[in-house]
Design a protein around this ligand. Sequence first.
Ligand code: SF4
Ligand code: SF4
Ligand code: SF4
Length: 323
Amino acid sequence: MTSKISRRAFLKGSITAAGSVAATTGIARAAKSITHETKEPLVTLLDISKCIGCEECVYACQEANTDKYPEPQKPFPKMYPTSKVPVQDWSDKRDVTDRLTPYNWLYIQNASGMVNGEEIELTIPRRCMHCENPPCVKLCPWGAAKQEENGLSRIDSDICLGGSKCKTVCPWDIPERQTGTGIYLDLLPSLAGNGVMYKCDRCYNRLEEGEVPACIEACPEDVQTIGPRSEILKKAHALAKEMNGYIYGEHENGGTNTIYVSPVPFEQLNKSIETGKGKPHLDKVKNLMADGTNFAKAMLIAPIAGLAAAFGKFYLSSKEDNQ
Ligand code: SF4
Ligand code: SF4
Ligand code: SF4
């Protein structure tokens, strides 16, 4: 017979190792500032065994990114055809925190699994994985999704038409659309993508100022650590070894800049979590951009997307000049 215990009780028992891991691998208390001088991507390590599900990170994300959230115009223009680009309106549900939405880029997923005959409950912060070779960026026809030199990917809400290509090609279905906002209202209010797509941008503006992302800074348990890829991977493997645990994100979709370490196999966690709209899975993911068709599409799209993005920026600046 098995018993069910909480993450806290579990940590007091068989995996007090999580604490000793921190000491032996040098995973120190999360730094408040960061300098990124190497050419390597910045990667976030999430030690799932430490997360207590308090949602401090979720609220910190909302507070830090409020200015980026959409203020849609209503009533929304009618779309043709209506079925292809349905209205998605989260503007009156901004307090939803149990899934990803245009106003909630991070949420806490409840999971459970067996370790040494004990069932433990875990909580997992979920958001964009920031893929090393992101399909959302490579296959966005408008050049609205972009990848920064430090590896993060983000969607430029000034240029995005909301057509959802980024969501369709994302292995985790991450971006979420808000209708009634964005450049489509000026250009093609009845035919374009019906809004703008939103997702975690890894607090690119905070990183530019040398600050760590808000969710990292706010966490009372120091669940997340951020640093250059090689350093973070070394830490993740050391942590997994000492915890007798498992890693997710190192190879998924060819590698992501988000690395989870868990005492429970991810196959088990994936079976235990609620998935669906706004609730990403934890399944294995093959490298989508290694697929010849996607690679060829990306080659075709790149120059057109560059022109489209340039047109979008030009249109916006002329509009501002005329105001
Ligand atoms: S703030 Fe930290 S401990 Fe709390 S839910 Fe977020 S990651 Fe987990
Ligand atoms: S997880 Fe999805 S949205 Fe995030 S970078 Fe990868 S493809 Fe893009
Ligand atoms: S990195 Fe920034 S935008 Fe992304 S989940 Fe954390 S706080 Fe939110």
